[in-house]
Design a protein around this ligand. Structure first.
Ligand code: SAM
Length: 280
């Protein structure tokens, strides 16, 4: 017994199934089930929700989500070695855990889950940012998810919640904060994981807003922000030269001095600039 359920402790599960962590798969496992239940609680009340979990590994967070009452969990895992351990969890929670063996970048969660859908995951660092950007830039808004509760390396978490004027402020902050409320809800030291990673980790909770904070065409905003931060040390009139030949006029129209740098421009400023760039 492990405290949150009747399944064996994770250390035993890992030993029984020979789940030595593989760096190539971004494997750093959480072993403390009280901690995984605490992470699950950061996603709010789960009883009326389906949950998408990417990379369940030996299933510590999966067990936390189920013990906290998630209606259903879809767990997508790339490493076949984890499947027998996950099957034992599915058997302990009949009808509530579906495990898909595959790459989370290629699985459509809507083929498996129904709203309300929350995403909760201790993401593999090698695909974590790519998944987040995809979830933040769907073809239509609101997205399939109601909230995202995600563990990242602390430095990535700080980029998501960063404010203008800080080094961490960039494309990820603008994308995340334009259409979601984002905050860091937990910090975890390297020692919480087996094996311990080199850096600390943090859990970010993002709630989808019903509509963007400021109007802007998503594609134009994305293009402007990418160009601005690709050359973040340059003044915007130089960094954005490729966006429009009359970029100085458009910066003025958005109320931004052409001599400013990307780091100083607020979310509202970038949206105004995207509108000015899109205007005839
Ligand atoms: N959730 C577990 C925990 O908290 O202990 C494991 C987290 S570990 C950081 C990341 C997990 O993602 C590993 O189990 C790894 O095999 C899996 N993984 C890596 N790349 C993946 C991908 N593209 N799609 C699905 N799972 C992936």
């Amino acid at each position: 017994m492990s405290g949150i359920d009747d399944l064996p402790p994770l250390r035993e599960v890992i030993a029984a199934h020979g789940l030595s962590a593989r760096k190539s798969l971004g494997q750093n496992f959480l072993l403390d089930l009280n901690l995984t239940a605490k992470i699950a609680r950061q996603a709010g009340e789960l009883t009326g929700c389906d949950v998408l979990e990417v990379g369940p590994g030996p299933g510590g967070l999966t067990r936390g989500l189920l013990a906290e009452g998630a209606r259903r969990v879809l767990a997508i895992e790339k490493d076949a070695r984890c499947l027998p351990a996950l099957a034992e969890i599915a058997a302990a929670y009949p009808g509530r855990l579906e495990v898909v063996h595959g790459d989370a970048l290629e699985v459509d969660p809507l083929a498996h889950l129904r709203p309300l859908i929350r995403v909760v995951a201790n993401l593999p660092y090698n695909v974590g940012t790519e998944l987040l950007v995809r979830w933040l830039t769907p073809p239509a808004w609101p997205p399939f998810w109601d909230s995202l509760t995600l563990m990242f390396q602390r430095e990535v978490a700080e980029r998501i919640v960063a404010q203008p004027g800080s080094k961490a402020y960039g494309r990820l902050a603008v994308l995340a904060q334009w259409r979601a409320e984002a905050r860091i809800v937990m910090h975890l030291p390297p020692g919480a994981f087996i094996p311990p990673p080199k850096v600390s980790s943090a859990v970010v909770h993002l709630e989808a807003l019903p509509a963007p904070r400021y109007p802007a065409d998503p594609q134009v905003l994305s293009r402007v922000v990418a160009a601005a931060f690709n050359q973040r040390r340059k003044m915007l009139r130089a960094a954005l030269r490729g966006i429009a030949p009359d970029i100085e006029d458009r910066l003025h129209a958005a109320g931004i001095a052409p001599t400013e740098r990307a780091e100083q421009v607020s979310l509202e400023g970038f949206c105004a600039l995207a509108r000015a760039v899109a205007a005839d």
